[in-house]
Design a protein around this ligand. Sequence first.
Ligand code: FBP
Length: 251
Amino acid sequence: MKIKIGRILKNGKALYLAYDQGLEHGPSVDFNDKNVDPLYILDIAKRGKFQGVVFQKGIAEKYYEEIKKSKVPLILKLNGKTKLFQGEAISRQLCTVKEAIKLGAKAVGYTIYIGSRYESVMMQEFESIEREAHKFSIPLIAWVYPRGKAVKDDTSKELMSYSARVALELGADIVKIKYGGNAKDLQWAVKSAGKTKVVIAGGIKTNEKSLLKQVSDIMNSGAIGLAIGRNIWQHPRPLEITDKIKKIIWK
Ligand code: FBP
């Protein structure tokens, strides 16, 4: 089975621009007048030469021409939810692999909340997506986030490595996990992911110094890069911070 993963990597590493927060958090939480516009994000992705931009299906449809013209690889997120729902976390499939391919996606993504009482529902959806994506040689990125009543510290050594391992066991090509700040623990998580490549989420906007320190921890741990949103497009000079991050990733 030959997966076309090279289209979303550069020398085996990657920097992806995540922009599904409009659905996950709502526009008033994360956006301002500039970054509320998907074209602003696409411009950063293009000029910053990101290895992929993450959109939900609606944006991929409405901005189809512009995304195509930008040549930035599209990573289509296949499930999602709003933050308004209060129960145990569940995020259901909203778009199929075939629709994603039609929209020009070079990879697809899916979030699994391990620890939620609904994790089996998400795992099963993930499995059928995995079969379909791999039938078409499309890489599959698993966002694996521990969540639910059973979860105390979602970036503990145990849960970072468990998230990474779940992705390997389920057949993801890349896993996106959150990093809690302990470099040794992250090394163990990357080891636990085996041949599944690891990228790290950016999290809420933090100061530049600690962000760049995080990026070097991440790269020293054996992860291949980041799938980062707010720390880039909430930055007053997004291309400047992108450059600094890239210098660490591809040093
Ligand atoms: P950030 O770099 O902005 O944290 O984006 C990463 C991401 O995984 C997004 O793709 C997603 O919308 C968000 O984090 C979800 O975070 P949470 O579920 O913790 O609110």
